[in-house]
Design a protein around this ligand. Structure first.
Ligand SMILES: NC(=O)c1ccc[n+]([C@@H]2O[C@H](COP(=O)([O-])OP(=O)(O)OC[C@H]3O[C@@H](n4cnc5c(N)ncnc54)[C@H](OP(=O)(O)O)[C@@H]3O)[C@@H](O)[C@H]2O)c1
Length: 271
């Protein structure tokens, strides 16, 4: 009899939260299929985890704003006979006001954060539902509950992922498939450096480690929580946000925005 195997498919696994999910699932005995664009990092991670955890690893490259690359991921997902976990994690942001950003870049961000996850999820579901087993984690953000100048599209796509995950949970819960919207707050990764911030000890003060975010996510999956918000501070701010009337919230966002602008002045190098 062949031993029971499980595979985790993770997008955006070359660094940060995705790489941390990869390390955690490898330690738990899952074979891995990892996606990203930086081949050197993905190859190194795959080799390291195969050697240290004794699991099978494979990586796929793909630009997730590109429909052909998304389709290649979907095709690979459909052929995994023991797909147990799908983590839709890949993503990035922009920091300028919507009117100042290139519209093509904003559209690309929408595809990466919405079209890619829904297509990958659609490809994963039939096998998971037939086997009555599977977990889909959509990495959203606390930004998905908020509004923020400079993040108009980012907040909107993360809100999309939260709403999509909650409705999908209701559709599939009796099939044995679990769905989670993971909503981290500020987390140490390559995310902010890509936005042009000079990161370091001072910049990252108060940020979560990706390992903490992943541990919280998987603890919440085990508890059956559909929306996972790591850390009490972020849980509290989302709870308060939900109670606030629009006008009060806009005022608070303006006040907080002044702090954000100060951080930007101190740490940001326009690129
Ligand atoms: N860091 C935070 O404070 C924070 C907070 C809340 C939510 N999040 C969310 O967490 C997720 C992971 O981000 P992270 O913080 O771990 O950042 P990260 O270290 O920059 O990792 C982002 C990953 O996504 C991949 N990716 C980005 N854009 C892509 C694209 N267009 N096509 C294909 N792959 C793409 C990257 O691949 P390559 O680098 O190989 O190209 C990388 O593997 C994102 O969805 C982000 O929105 C982050």
């Amino acid at each position: 009899m062949t031993p029971h195997t499980r595979t985790a498919f993770i997008t955006g696994a070359s660094s940060g939260i995705g790489a941390s999910f990869a390390r955690r699932f490898a330690r738990d005995g899952y074979n891995l299929i990892l996606h990203g664009r930086r081949e050197v990092l993905l190859k190194g991670l795959c080799e390291d985890l195969a050697r240290t955890c004794g699991v099978k690893t494979e990586y796929l490259l793909g630009e997730l704003s590109n429909p052909d690359d998304i389709r290649r991921l979907e095709e690979r997902i459909r052929t995994i006979p023991d797909l147990s976990v799908l983590v839709n994690n890949a993503g990035s942001a922009t920091i300028n006001h919507f009117s100042e950003e290139e519209i093509d870049g904003q559209e690309a961000m929408i595809r990466v954060h919405t079209i890619a996850p829904i297509r990958c999820t659609h490809a994963a579901l039939p096998g998971m539902m037939a086997r009555h087993e599977g977990t889909i984690i959509n990495v959203a953000s606390t930004a998905g509950f908020m509004v923020s100048p400079g993040s108009a599209v980012y907040c909107a796509v993360k809100g999309f992922l939260i709403s999509f995950s909650e409705s999908l949970h209701l559709e599939v819960k009796t099939s044995g498939v679990r769905v989670q919207a993971l909503c981290p707050g500020f987390t140490r990764s390559d995310f902010h450096e890509r936005l042009g911030y000079r990161v370091g000890k001072e910049f990252f003060r108060g940020f979560f480690s990706p390992d903490f975010v992943v541990a919280e996510s998987l603890r919440d999956v085990a508890k059956g929580k559909v929306v996972s918000i790591p850390g009490w501070r972020y849980k509290a701010s989302v709870a308060i946000r939900r109670l606030l009337p629009g006008r009060v919230m806009y005022w608070l966002v303006e006040v907080y925005g002044a702090r954000q602008r100060a951080t930007k002045r101190k740490f940001h190098t326009p690129g």
